[in-house]
Ligand binder design. Structure first.
Ligand code: TYD
Ligand code: MG
Length: 469
């Protein structure tokens, strides 16, 4: 029987009868590669073929003894926490982020930290920069003495030849996966087929030799990790390194993690001598606050396991446009539209014909619905030109009828606020019996959005109802 060659799109997996520059099913360019036809006709394995041949699979129960994967701790606490307690041997981690955000800096610092602990355990492969450039950066970071094995290489075949040995390093950093190429493919480095094939080879080797693989991935203009989406499926952990260009804060976030939580963040500050860990992000995010101004509210949020306080700023201005602008930085624009609609429909606040701008200070991105009430407070304060009382924090989720719902971990939020010197909190009424805590914060229960408007309009009268907890 004659086998015809098949042409498979490396981005979506569609099979074509002949080669084409563009895949008809997903539209990807340069992703179609000739593959050897599989030896089985469709339906082959079970149909027709002799029974037996395959080995019996052993089924086990869900309960059982499995050794916990040992972790390689880098000593950079913010990185280790986001990874779920350190690097896992044999696992692959993809780190994405905008150009110039600090991926190479972070990984060089991690490589230096890891290899200082156990010399010779970390290899840093640079495909983007020459040896001299990496050395210059190391000197700038004061890390030139760290025993990192440095190489500039882009051929995956060369890397496999150097790393496929029993004494392979414990951690391998590839900066970046878009510069690597497999010489059996014709397409240029950085194309979907090359990125996928290179990552596949390196990940296979990492599993086989038990080293932790750290891959740097570029991000496209749309903010996606460049290359096939399959890259994110192939690795065990996907981290994104984000931050605003003008700010010195950098946030490392796990968006996928087979070995740990995905809602954890690590906060860094970019300084002249590299990235430094920020152990207390709230203090940093609130550092530039300027007392009582209208349109600002401090949100007591939770990122991963840590409470983080951040200022939410709103500006409401008369609009010159037929359709007023609603611009958001750091929060979901759909959620802002909802809060505005609830304020208009349930509380009679008029924002039609006025532009609304919302900004989360410090470059943080908030995903928690608990920020609803803080956004509402900032909007009400901006619209009425009355400041939210200084030294107060706000949190709570808003429902469509204007009711304010309880959120999780309110105790942790209050404790963090008290630690930073805040004295009162606008928060949802407690479900059932209120838990007494010793945070010493004056508690302003908000059951409905109208209570918030009343409290902001007349802070003295409504504070009589307040209760210190
Ligand atoms: P880099 O790690 O090269 O970013 P990426 O690999 O994500 O493209 O970071 C480059 C930026 O960081 C560059 O604009 C300079 C700045 N930087 C510092 O501010 N301090 C430092 O100590 C270093 C090494 C870089
Ligand atoms: Mg770089």
């Amino acid at each position: 029987m004659k086998h015809h060659a098949v042409f498979v799109c490396q981005a979506c997996g569609a099979a074509h009868a002949k080669w084409a520059g563009r895949c008809e099913s997903c539209g990807e360019w340069n992703a179609i590669v000739e593959e050897a036809p599989s030896s089985n006709a469709p339906g082959g394995l079970s149909a027709g073929r002799s029974r037996g041949g395959g080995r019996k699979v052993d089924f086990v129960t869900l309960a059982g003894e499995s050794a916990q994967a040992p972790r390689r701790v880098s000593g950079i606490a913010e990185l280790d926490r986001v990874l779920g307690g350190g690097l896992v041997p044999g696992a692959a981690v993809l780190i994405g982020g905008d150009p110039g955000i600090g991926k190479s800096t972070l990984l060089l610092q991690a490589a230096a930290a890891l290899s200082t602990k156990v010399p010779g355990t970390c290899a840093y492969i640079s495909g983007e920069e020459a040896i001299d450039q990496v050395r210059l950066r190391a000197a700038r970071l004061g890390l030139e003495a760290a025993p990192v094995s440095l190489a500039a290489a882009t051929s995956v075949r060369d890397l496999i030849a150097s790393l496929d040995r029993p004494d392979a390093p414990g951690t391998v950093v590839i900066d970046s996966i878009q510069t690597m190429y497999v010489d059996t493919l014709d397409s240029a480095p950085g194309t979907v087929a090359q990125v996928r094939a290179s990552a596949q080879e390196l990940i296979r080797l990492a599993k086989q030799r038990g080293f932790s693989l750290l891959l740097v991935g570029h991000v496209t203009k749309e903010g996606m990790i460049a290359g096939p989406k399959v890259l994110e499926h192939m690795v065990d952990t996907v981290l994104t390194f984000e931050g605003e260009r003008g700010h010195q804060f950098r946030i490392l976030r796990a968006t996928k993690n087979r070995f740990g939580p995905t809602d954890e963040i690590g906060v860094f500050e970019m300084t002249d001598s590299g990235l430094t860990e920020v152990a207390n992000p709230s203090a940093l995010f609130l550092a530039e606050r300027s007392g009582e101004v209208a349109g600002a509210a401090v949100f007591a949020g939770i990122e991963g396991t840590r409470p983080v306080l951040v200022e939410i700023q709103a500006l409401v201005a008369p609009s010159a446009l037929g359709t007023p602008r609603r611009a958001v930085v750091g929060w979901d624009s759909g959620r802002l539209a909802m809060v505005i609609a609830v304020l208009e429909a349930r509380c009679g606040l008029v924002l039609a014909g006025r532009d609304v701008y919302l900004n989360v200070a410090g470059g943080l991105r908030i995903g928690e619905p608990a920020a609803d009430l803080a956004v509402a407070a900032a909007l009400v304060s901006a619209a009425s030109d009355r400041p939210v009382p200084a030294q107060s924090v706000v949190f709570g989720e808003i429902g469509l009828s204007g009711e304010v719902r309880a959120v999780s971990q309110s105790d942790a939020r209050l404790k963090e606020a008290a630690k930073l010197g805040f004295t009162q909190a606008f928060l949802p009424s407690p479900r059932g019996k209120a838990q007494r805590s010793s945070s010493g914060i004056e508690r302003r229960d908000i059951g409905h959005l109208q209570d918030l408007l009343a409290a902001l309009a007349d802070p003295v009268r409504s504070s009589r109802a307040a209760e210190v907890i």
